[in-house]
Design a protein around this ligand. Structure first.
Ligand code: BGC
Length: 757
C-alpha cells in the first residue's frame, strides 16, 4: 500500500483506534479496525517450523499447536554454513505460512552464544556475528520474497534465559557493536525484515523495548530499518516509554491496559500524539502488506516439506572424529545400535520453538527389521545413574557386532527456553556406557543429540563422533544418510566446544549475579577468547570433517596495499583430492598484525560452501571491504581501520589455516585528539607533527635529562641515549614540564594551546 494511503488511514483514526493498533488482540493477532477495512493479522512462531495455535495460545510451547513440520534447530542450520540451505528453509516456511494464513513468522533467532549454557543456544545460530548475520539475512530474504514477514529476535544482548525478563546486560559499546549488535546488523541492512522483535532484558540499565538509542538511533536511523518493532511476548515494562522509545506493537494483548496508558499519556501531554501516529503507521504498513500478499488455495505439503527437513539436516550435521575411516558404515556389517535416542529421536528443543509434529522418524524406525542391526537401550532418557542391567545388555550386543553405534545426547528437559543449562556434561550413565564400551575394546561410534556443546571425557577413546545436534523430525533419516555414506557430511561447528565448561570466559559469573549480567569477557566471545588465550579446545569454531579431503591453493589478493575505502578481492582454489563427492566450507579470517590495541587474533569475515566431485577443483572468491578490517572506536563512535598490516587467512576451521596473504591498509580517517595537561609525552610522540610545534620545549626537557642532542650516538659510553629519555618520558604527563623543564605553570596552557590549535 502506498505510503500516502497509510498516513491517510491513520489520520482518519481516533486516538483510541490508533492506540488499539499498538497491542495484540489476543496471543497471536493484531487488532482489526473494521470501519476502516483493517483486518487482524496472525503471527506465529518460528523459527524452524510453524507453531500456529488457536485461542489457547502461550509463548512457552505448553499448549498444542497445529500439526506441522519440524525442521532442524538453528544450531544445526548454522552448522551448514550454507546460505542456500537457509534460503531453502525460509522459502519452505513461507509457503507453509501462506497456506495457514500467517502474516509474520517469528524468527530467525539471532542472539550470540555467549555461554555454552544458555538454554536457547539450540535456537541461536552462532558465537560469531558474521556467520549469524549472513545466515539470518538469507532466511529473511527467502521468507519475505514470498510476501510473508519475519521477526528476527531477540534484539538485543539477550544471551541467557536466567532472569531473562529482568536481567540487565552490562555490555561495553565495543562488544555491543562488534559482537551483539553485529549479529543483527548485516541481516537488517541486507534483508530488510518486516519486523524486529525487542528482547526482554535491559541493556546497560534500559529495557530493550523502551530503548530509544537501540530502536530509533541504531536500528532505524543508522541501519535504515523501516519496519515494525514488536515486543517479545510480555517484554513491555512501561508502555508509554515504549512508544517514545520506538516500540510499535506490544504482544500479546495487554487486555487494554497498554492502550489505556497510551491514551492517558497523550491526553495528559506526556506523550506526543505524533509518536502514536508513527507507531500506528508502522503496524498498519505491515498488516496491509500481509493483506496484499495473502494467497488462497495453497496447501501445506507436509510430505514434501519433510523431505526438505531431511535434506537440511544432512547439510548441518558435523563429523567430529573419524579414526581410520570408521564411518561411513558398510552395509552388511553387524551393528549394535545402543541408546534410547536411536529409538525415540531427540530432535528439538523446548519452549516457543517447539513444533507439534506427528512425523518423527528415528534411526531405528528405518532399521528395525534389518537382520544385521541389533538394538539395546543402554540407558533411559532423563536418567543420570547407570542401570547395570541396561549396561550389561548393551555390552553383550556390542560384543557380537562389528561396531557399536551409541545414540547419546541431552534429555529433553536439559534444553529449553526460560531456563539455562546447569552443566555441560552428558548424564553420567551415558559417559559410563561409552567409556565401558571403549575399555572392552569395542569399536565405537557416538552420535550426539544436543542443542549446544557437551563435554566428552571419552573423546580420545571412541572411533568416531557425529554431532547430529537437534535435527528435526527427519533426524533418523538424515543420520542414516550420513552414517551409511549416502550423504557426505559437510557441517562445520558454528560454535566452539570447550574442553570443559569452566574454560569458557563467562563461567566465573554466568547466572550468579542476579539481574546484573556483566559481559566481562567483552569482545572475547567464543573462539576470539580461546585463540587469544592459546587454549586447547575440544573442537574449534568452524571445524568439521568430511569423508573426502580438500586441498587449498593459489591464494591471490588483487592488491598488497590499499586505503580503508577500497575493496580487496581474494581468490583461491579448492580441490577435492579424495574419492567421493563432497562439500567444503571455505572460511576467511582477518587479523591485524601487532595492532597495539586490544583485538582478537582472527575474526571470521567471509565464507562459502562449494560442492566438488572427486578430482574437481573450483575457484572461490571474496571481496573484503572496510568493515572486515575494522574495530569499534569509541572516540569517533564508528568502526575504524588502523593503518597497518593485516593477515587474510583462508581456513578449514578457525584452527586450521591453509593459506595466508598480507595486505597493508592506510587509514583515511584521523582520530581527533585533544591534548590536556594530563596527556602524556607518549601521546605526543605518537603524533610527530604536533611534536614539531613544541620542539623548543622538548629540547629543553632533553637537556634537563642530560640528553646528547640529535647527533649523539646511542653507544656513547656514560651518555643517556635519546631513546632512553623517550622511554622514560613516555608515561609522564605534560604538566610535568613545570618541574623537569623549569617552566612556569602558565607555560602549560600555552603548550596545550599550541598543540590543539
Ligand atoms: C519467546 C519468543 C517467541 C514468543 C512467542 C517468547 O517467550 O522469547 O521467541 O517468539 O515467546 O511465542
Amino acid at each position: 500500500m502506498e505510503e500516502s494511503r497509510i498516513e491517510e488511514l491513520v489520520s482518519q483514526m481516533t486516538l483510541e483506534e490508533k492506540a488499539s493498533l499498538l497491542s495484540g488482540d489476543d496471543f497471536w493477532h493484531t487488532k482489526a479496525i473494521e470501519r476502516l477495512g483493517i483486518p487482524r493479522m496472525m503471527v506465529s512462531d518460528g523459527p524452524v517450523g510453524l507453531r500456529k495455535q488457536d485461542e489457547h495460545g502461550d509463548h512457552l510451547g505448553v499448549n498444542e499447536s497445529i500439526k506441522a513440520v519440524c525442521f532442524p534447530a538453528g544450531v544445526l542450520n548454522a552448522a551448514s554454513f550454507d546460505i542456500d540451505a537457509l534460503a531453502k528453509l525460509g522459502d519452505t516456511l513461507a509457503k507453509e505460512c501462506l497456506a495457514e494464513d500467517v502474516g509474520v513468522i517469528l524468527g530467525p533467532a539471532m542472539n550470540i552464544k555467549r555461554s555454552p549454557l544458555c538454554g536457547r543456544n539450540f535456537e541461536y545460530y552462532s558465537e560469531d556475528p558474521t556467520l549469524s548475520s549472513k545466515l539470518g539475512a538469507a532466511y529473511v530474504k527467502a521468507v519475505q520474497a514470498r510476501g510473508v514477514g519475519t521477526s528476527p529476535k531477540h534484539f538485543a544482548a539477550n544471551n541467557q534465559e536466567h532472569r531473562r525478563m529482568s536481567a540487565d546486560s552490562k555490555v561495553s559499546m565495543r562488544a555491543l557493536r562488534e559482537i551483539y549488535l553485529a549479529s543483527f546488523e548485516e541481516m537488517v541492512k541486507d534483508s530488510k525484515p518486516w519486523t524486529v522483535m525487542g528482547s526482554y532484558n535491559r541493556i546497560n540499565g534500559c529495557y530493550s523495548c523502551e530503548n530509544n538509542w537501540l530502536l530509533n538511533e541504531v536500528l532505524r536511523k543508522e541501519w535504515g530499518f523501516d519496519g515494525l518493532v514488536v515486543s517479545d511476548w510480555g517484554a513491555v515494562n512501561d508502555r508509554v516509554y515504549g512508544v517514545a522509545g520506538g516500540l510499535d506493537l506490544e504482544m500479546p494483548s495487554s487486555g487494554g491496559v497498554g492502550d489505556r496508558s497510551i491514551i492517558e499519556a497523550v491526553q495528559n501531554d506526556e506523550l506526543d500524539e505524533k509518536l502514536v501516529d508513527k507507531a500506528a503507521e508502522n503496524v498498519l504498513r505491515i498488516v496491509m502488506r500481509y493483506v496484499e500478499n495473502k494467497q488462497k488455495g495453497l496447501v501445506f505439503d507436509r510430505k514434501a516439506d519433510h523431505e526438505e527437513a531431511r535434506k537440511l539436516a544432512g547439510q548441518g550435521m558435523v563429523l567430529l572424529k573419524n579414526k581410520a575411516n570408521t564411518l561411513p558404515l558398510i552395509r552388511g556389517m553387524k551393528i549394535a545400535v545402543i541408546g534410547c535416542y536411536a529409538q525415540k529421536a531427540r530432535y528439538q528443543g523446548g519452549g516457543s520453538a517447539h513444533i507439534n509434529t506427528d512425523n518423527v522418524v528415528s534411526f531405528m524406525d528405518l532399521l528395525k527389521d534389518d537382520p544385521d542391526i541389533s538394538f539395546s537401550l543402554g540407558f533411559r532418557d532423563g536418567q543420570e545413574e547407570t542401570d547395570p542391567s541396561l549396561l550389561e545388555d548393551a555390552l553383550r550386543s556390542a560384543k557380537e557386532a562389528d561396531i557399536a553405534l551409541v545414540f547419546a545426547g541431552l534429555p529433553d528437559k536439559y534444553e529449553s527456553e526460560a531456563y539455562d543449562r546447569f552443566t555441560m556434561k552428558l548424564p553420567q550413565c551415558q559417559n559410563d556406557l561409552i567409556e565401558r564400551l571403549c575399555k572392552e575394546g569395542i569399536r565405537c561410534a557416538v552420535v550426539l543429540h544436543n542443542g549446544s556443546p557437551v563435554e566428552m571425557p571419552w573423546v580420545s577413546e571412541v572411533d568416531a563422533i557425529l554431532e547430529a545436534y537437534l535435527a528435526g523430525e527427519a533426524t533418523g533419516e538424515a543420520e542414516y544418510d550420513i552414517l551409511f555414506g549416502d550423504v557426505n557430511p559437510s557441517g562445520k561447528l558454528a560454535e566452539s566446544f570447550p574442553i570443559r565448561c569452566e574454560d569458557n570466559p563467562t563461567a566465573l559469573t554466568f547466572g550468579l549475579d542476579g539481574d546484573h549480567v556483566d559481559y566481562r569477557e567483552d569482545i572475547f566471545v567464543g573462539y576470539r577468547y580461546y585463540d587469544k588465550k592459546k587454549m586447547d579446545v575440544l573442537f574449534p569454531f568452524g571445524y568439521g570433517l568430511s569423508y573426502t579431503e580438500f586441498e587449498y591453493s593459489d591464494l591471490v589478493i588483487d592488491k598488497s596495499s590499499m586505503k580503508d575505502t577500497e575493496t580487496v578481492h581474494i581468490s583461491l582454489k579448492v580441490k577435492n583430492i579424495g574419492k567421493i563427492k563432497g562439500k567444503e566450507v571455505v572460511q576467511i579470517y582477518v587479523g591485524q598484525k601487532d595492532p597495539g590495541i586490544v583485538r582478537p587474533v582472527r575474526e571470521l569475515r567471509a565464507f562459502t560452501k562449494v560442492e566438488l566431485m572427486p578430482g574437481e577443483s573450483k575457484e572461490v572468491s571474496f571481496d573484503l571491504t572496510k568493515r572486515a578490517f575494522a574495530y569499534w572506536n569509541d572516540i569517533i563512535g564508528d568502526f575504524h581501520v588502523l593503518t597497518g598490516e593485516y593477515l587474510i587467512e583462508a581456513a578449514r576451521s578457525s584452527r586450521d589455516i591453509a593459506l595466508t596473504a598480507q595486505v597493508h591498509i592506510d587509514s583515511t580517517v584521523e582520530i581527533p585528539y585533544r591534548f590536556t595537561q594530563n596527556s602524556t609525552f607518549g601521546d605526543l610522540m605518537e603524533r610527530p607533527d604536533k611534536m614539531e610545534r613544541i620542539k623548543d620545549v622538548l629540547d629543553a626537557l632533553k637537556e634537563g635529562f642530560g640528553g646528547q642532542g640529535e647527533e649523539s650516538s646511542d653507544n656513547d659510553e656514560g651518555a643517556i641515549s635519546n631513546q632512553m629519555i623517550e622511554a622514560m618520558l613516555k608515561y609522564m604527563p605534560l604538566r610535568a614540564i613545570v618541574q623537569f623543564a623549569g617552566k612556569e605553570k602558565s607555560a602549560i596552557e600555552d603548550i596545550i594551546n599550541r598543540l590543539n590549535s
